[in-house]
Design a protein around this ligand. Structure first.
Ligand SMILES: Cc1ncc(COP(=O)(O)O)c(C=O)c1O
Length: 439
């Protein structure tokens, strides 16, 4: 194992070279951090190695006068990604008609190839989009359906994707079918069988989240997609949260389409995402913005959005380099370590309900916790007003709580401060608002 770790440090040394925050002696410092030991779960046992993760934390210019525990919404990018984007943007402005269209556009092809390699698909199956919303709207709107045809999903899928289906329903008479899943889910086979039971002879499309946005619950997408395929149903995976949060391999999942936001866990520039479309399905999917050959099997037909900046797209390469340098398993291990760090402490309180299973097969960075008897919206406001801690309230028909998502730049001190703030409210309740003072 030690040998493996040393090999990691040698081989990823070059990759982590992007982390220019480190002084020139950074390989030695990483090696020293490694020697210090520590360890969480999988991923080489590095999840709890604070010396190692301290080095990674320094790659980010985040405002440490606040504590950002909503990394599920949108993540800050490391300094190297930011500076690449800025560099590319400045270069664009020299003469955009030349720099953008003749120099940078062709370089996007390299990023496409890198993304495809990272996701485990062919380059010709990878479209670069502005976010998961765009990717999944291409997917959901692009399939030919007749009135009465059904699109099946859960009641916990992302609202914008549900809205997209509802718009199709209003325009074309397709039918949205939703079913409930337990929170937290009890078992993966149960989820698959709930999908199976909800399929009808009219089901044409299944939309399934890889990681549910409200709780971080991981769903058995491979099995659900296999089920869909066996019934001749299209499978669309909402992977907005999954890619680069935990290892996921597009080739193994076996879906027809998969949409991602790269500005979430991949820490790429804001306004980047991707859509994977299985090669033999591309010709059957209409692009969202018209293309000259809409029925072609060229994945680039999904990118016909007119003039747009390439700076962010090119800087995806830096984000991938950073993530690959850390390692997909190692990052997931750290994210689970951080989530367990606060969750296990707060779960000892008598008046909390955890809506996320801590089973590593069921979740990773994200955890949603409820302080019973306290409104989650007010609790969120209190954390910000009093402690400058950012979390996000989740209010759903089936449950409520606050969603907490740390990232690799989060320190244990920050999590301690969050836990103390939470414990204070658990013990003393929310402070009574004073007239004229604050909220
Ligand atoms: C599950 C899920 N799908 C899709 C999206 C849309 O992502 P974006 O706003 O980056 O397009 C989100 C955003 O939070 C999400 O959580």
């Amino acid at each position: 194992m030690i040998q493996d770790r040393r090999a990691f440090l040698r081989t990823t040394g070059a990759a982590l070279g992007v982390v220019s925050f480190l002084k020139e002696d950074w390989p030695a410092r990483l090696a020293a951090a490694e020697r210090d030991g520590g360890g969480g779960g999988g991923g080489g046992g590095m999840g709890g190695n604070e010396s190692f993760w301290f080095q990674i934390q320094q790659a980010f210019d985040v405002d440490r006068s606040i504590i950002n525990l909503n990394n599920g919404g949108c993540c800050p990018a490391p300094r190297l990604v930011m500076s690449a984007q800025e560099r590319h943007l400045t270069f664009t402005n020299n003469a955009p008609v030349r720099t953008l269209w003749t120099i940078m556009d062709p370089q996007v092809e390299h990023v496409r190839a890198r993304l495809a390699k990272a996701f485990g698909c062919a380059t010709g199956e990878m479209a670069i989009t502005r976010n998961a919303s765009e990717a999944l709207q291409i997917a959901l709107n692009g399939i030919d359906l007749k009135p009465g045809d059904e699109i099946l999903t859960t009641t916990q899928d992302y609202p914008r994707m549900i809205t997209t289906i509802k718009q199709r329903a209003a325009r074309e008479g397709v039918v949205l079918k939703q079913f409930k899943i337990p929170t937290p889910a009890r078992s993966m086979p149960e989820i698959v069988s709930l999908f199976e039971k909800a399929i009808t002879p009219k089901t044409r499309v299944i939309l399934v989240s890889h990681s549910i946005f409200m709780t971080g619950q991981i769903l058995p997408v491979k099995e659900v997609c296999a089920l869909a395929r066996s019934r001749g149903i299209w499978s669309i995976v909402d992977g907005a949260h999954a890619f680069a949060q935990f290892p996921c391999n597009g080739g193994e999942i076996g879906c027809d389409m998969y949409g991602v936001s790269l500005h979430k866990w991949c820490t790429a520039p804001i306004g980047t995402g991707f859509l994977y479309v299985r090669k033999d399905r591309i010709k059957d999917v209409w692009p969202l913005t018209a293309a000259e050959k809409p029925r072609s099997d060229d994945i680039r037909k999904f990118e016909e959005i007119g003039t747009h900046p390439d700076a962010g797209r090119l800087a995806i390469a830096e984000a991938l380099t950073f993530w690959e340098g850390i390692g997909a398993e190692r990052k997931a291990d750290r994210l689970r370590y951080l989530r367990d760090y606060w969750a296990k402490r707060l779960m000892k309180l008598p008046n909390v309900r955890m809506h996320t299973s801590l089973d590593p097969a069921h979740s990773c960075a994200i955890g949603t916790i409820q302080l019973e008897g306290v409104d989650s919206g007010k609790l969120t406001e209190h954390f910000w007003e009093k402690h400058k801690i950012i979390v996000v309230p989740i209010k759903h028909d089936e449950f409520e709580g606050i969603r907490v998502s740390a990232n690799v730049y989060t320190s244990l001190t920050e999590l301690d401060m969050f836990c103390e703030a939470f414990e204070d409210v658990a013990k003393n309740g929310l402070p009574t608002p004073q007239p004229g003072i604050g909220k």
